[in-house]
Ligand binder design. Structure first.
Ligand code: NAG
Ligand code: NAG
Ligand code: NAG
Length: 339
């Protein structure tokens, strides 16, 4: 009886899953083949509690607080902000990010890989009804440290959503998508490295940017639409702290016909998933004291804008890659990124 009562009291995600359970209605393969993440050994910004972002920010449009916004904001009412500016709403840090407020740091996973007390993952399944089931594993970090370019720090933002997507066909994993900056990489499931040689793909989360890679080491990447005067910038990954995102996660399904979300956990909010706005501060203008742009180039600023959430990540895909006009290459060999 005690585990049942504890489940009711603390919510499904924090108890039953840690005891090895799988939420009602979630196919067991979504758990059995779920990715595990190695954070970068020196990353200063760990996975973060999704709802804590609402406590530490206030919604703004054009840098002005949203009048008559729901207060307090919760995962149950966040999407009400869609009526106050939609995608122009920015959840703006109450303390400016250059002052490094403590919540930006997130929560270091414990020895079991659990971000204790912080629900830092949302797992959304989309059953296409034809044998294909896409499982999205969304990872949340309160802050993204962008990187260093010609000795200067660029591309930071408050709020950071990354994801893997695994496409299952007839209950078997076929391909895995790894999000990286504005795009990512896809691999055949058989190609990627698994934890302990088992079933769960390993993901390496890059220092600060949290871009997801299938291999550890250095990954060079470009900034879309910018010809950098001297080459690329780099992501660094290694086998740092181990994170099992499923141990502290919300569970949902997405209906591709009605475009509605339902909860597969107990007592979990679905409202927040429909929020169209951004999970961090709007990009600071060049004349703001905390902003600093290399050569005055807009794409090379210290702070950029916060990201939109899971709803904006193409939850209903033709292929394992999001459709962005680029050919979806599902790789059969493990390669570093170096575009
Ligand atoms: C769980 O998700 C499935 C789809 O995978 C859905 O059909 C079902 O209604 C959900 N169950 C609960 C208890 O929410
Ligand atoms: C990792 O990120 C931190 C900032 O959080 C930065 O100071 C450090 O130089 C980065 N390390 C590498 C190897 O890029
Ligand atoms: C998805 O939504 C459609 C349209 O509202 C509905 O007919 C269908 O039963 C839903 N599917 C599931 C699995 O709930």
């Amino acid at each position: 009886m005690i585990p049942v009562l504890a489940t009711l009291a603390a919510g499904w995600a924090l108890t039953a899953r840690a005891q090895g359970g799988i939420p009602d209605g979630v196919p067991s393969f979504v758990v059995d083949y779920a990715p595990v993440v190695y954070l970068y050994s020196e990353d200063k910004y760990w996975p973060s509690d999704i709802s804590a972002q609402l406590i530490n920010t206030e919604p703004k449009v054009n840098s002005e607080p949203v009048a008559n916004a729901p207060n307090p904001l919760t995962l149950d009412n966040l999407a009400e902000l869609n009526d106050f500016g939609g995608e122009n709403v920015y959840l703006t840090s109450k303390i400016k990010p250059d002052a490094n407020p403590p919540y930006l740091k997130g929560v270091l996973p414990n020895a079991d890989g659990e971000t204790q007390g912080a629900i830092s993952c949302a797992i959304v399944t989309n059953d296409h009804g034809d044998g294909t089931v896409d499982a999205f594993y969304f990872y949340f970090y309160a802050f993204d440290f962008g990187g260093v370019y010609v000795g200067q720090n660029i591309g930071n933002h408050v709020g950071d959503w990354e994801h893997n997507m695994i496409r299952f066909v007839d209950g078997k994993p076929s391909a895995v998508w790894y999000s990286q900056h504005s795009n990512g990489q896809a691999f055949e499931y058989g190609t990627v490295t698994k934890l302990d040689g088992g079933d769960r793909p390993i993901v390496y989360s890059a220092n600060g940017s949290h871009a997801n890679y299938a291999t550890s080491g250095t990954h060079a990447y470009g900034i879309p639409n910018v010809n950098l005067p001297s080459g690329l910038i780099e992501d660094h990954t290694d086998e740092g702290p181990f994170w099992d995102p499923t141990l502290s996660a919300y569970w949902y399904s997405y209906n591709r016909t009605s475009k509605a979300f339902t909860s597969n956990g107990s007592d979990e909010s679905v409202n927040w998933l429909s929020f169209l706005g951004h999970w961090g501060d709007e990009k600071y203008p060049q004349d703001d004291p905390i902003q600093d742009c290399v050569f005055g180039i807009d794409a090379l600023c210290k702070y950029t804008g916060g990201p939109t959430g899971p709803i904006d990540k193409q939850l209903d895909r033709e292929e394992v890659c999001p459709d962005n006009g680029i050919l979806c290459i599902v790789r059969k060999i493990l390669v570093q990124r170096s575009d």
